[in-house]
Write a protein that binds this ligand. Structure first.
Ligand code: GLA
Length: 352
């Protein structure tokens, strides 16, 4: 697997793009800047192979953009209220970069740094491992964290992502993958016609800053009920308070089959009737953030010069719940030096 030059950073460092390709016609392109998936080529029901993730043609787009297209976000995926939390009675202050809150690791999160890349030749499938060492104090986080993210493309058309992180001081860690999917492969179309199922009976309601209130609310009789497949556009503009606050879907669902011991369970299923592409998400995480691309407004000019309009891509971010460090009843995002952070998430593609 020979990488190609994707671009050069302002400080002269080269950004490389790697291609993982399997025998079933699927391929993924990934750059070492942000450990970002730039393209994901997936067959449709007639065997046509198209790209199903939003992204930029050039490095400059990723350097300047604020959408987190395709990147690994961290240290903490999603929001921490006022960027504050306590460890052993000591308060830490993170960078504030989203209203009065901290979002996706801060101003220079894991999506805005260059990772070390190592092609893995012994796993029986195309795979690449990225490593980033986040220094003590970076964006306000305590402890030096070393995070390894391994992307593998299985021969069954799964993009598998394994995370492994360690720290030298107590800290918090909750990385996630921020690809924007549009299974139609046509990024001039919205995702409103896709159907979604989420394996959750509850979600975490948010306040006006999109910080969870702490409550676990039932999805029953709400537009957040995706226990059965639902067309995303059907209820997205309902005058339901949570949808008004999120400007659409931008919520964390409480995954029913989470066990807490690393067992991988089905989290969600996304289907595009026009192409027949079906994506199933598996994870060992307790939550999934479904973000319906509400902040896309045509301002980002993506691959092939296409301006990404409102809701032309959606994210399914597997994670510990937003603001968990301040919510004792939520699954914990704390990491101690004697522990190892692990996450496995699989995006599996098929057709129907
Ligand atoms: C996450 C957040 C959204 C938004 C996007 C990036 O999904 O929950 O509110 O910040 O990332 O634009």
């Amino acid at each position: 697997m020979k990488p190609s030059t994707f671009g050069v950073l302002a400080d002269g460092r080269e950004v490389l793009e790697y291609t993982l390709a399997n025998s079933a016609g699927m391929s993924a392109r990934i750059i070492n800047y942000g450990a970002t998936v730039t393209s994901l080529f997936v067959p449709d029901k007639d065997g046509n192979i198209e790209d199903v993730v939003l992204g930029y043609d050039s490095l400059q787009g990723y350097v300047n953009g604020s959408e987190y297209f395709g990147a690994v976000v961290g240290r903490y995926g999603n929001r921490i209220a006022k960027g504050q939390f306590l460890i052993d009675g000591q308060q830490y202050q993170l960078t504030i970069n989203n209203g009065e809150n901290h979002l996706h690791g801060g101003k220079i999160g894991f999506n805005k740094v260059l990772w070390e890349a190592e092609v893995l030749n012994d796993s029986g499938m195309p795979a690449i491992r990225f490593t980033y060492v986040s220094r003590d104090g970076e964006e306000g986080y305590p402890g030096t964290v070393t995070l390894k993210v391994t992307y593998a493309l299985t021969h069954d058309n799964e993009l598998r992502i394994d995370y492994e992180g360690v720290t030298d001081k107590p800290t918090i860690l909750n990385p996630t993958q921020h690809s924007y999917f549009n299974l139609s492969g046509n990024f001039t179309e919205t995702i409103l016609g896709h159907s979604l199922m989420v394996e959750a009976d509850k979600f975490t309601p948010v306040d006006e800053g999109l910080i969870p209130t702490g409550e676990l609310a039932s999805v029953e009789n709400t537009p957040l009920d995706f226990r059965q497949p639902q067309t995303i556009g059907e209820r997205i503009d309902d005058p339901f308070d949570q949808l008004v606050l999120g400007q659409g879907y931008d919520h964390n669902w409480v995954l029913r089959d989470y066990t807490g011991d690393g067992k991988i369970h089905k989290a969600a299923q996304l289907y595009d009737p026009s192409s027949g592409r079906l994506m199933t998400v598996f994870t060992d995480q307790p939550g999934i953030q479904f973000y319906s691309g509400n902040f896309l407004d045509g301002g980002a000019i993506g691959k092939n010069g296409i301006a990404y309009g409102h809701r032309t891509g959606l994210c399914l971010e597997t994670q510990v719940f937003p603001d968990s460090p301040n919510k004792p009843d939520f699954p914990s995002a704390f990491l101690k030096p004697e522990q190892v952070y692990r996450q496995t998430t699989i995006y599996q593609f098929s057709t129907r």
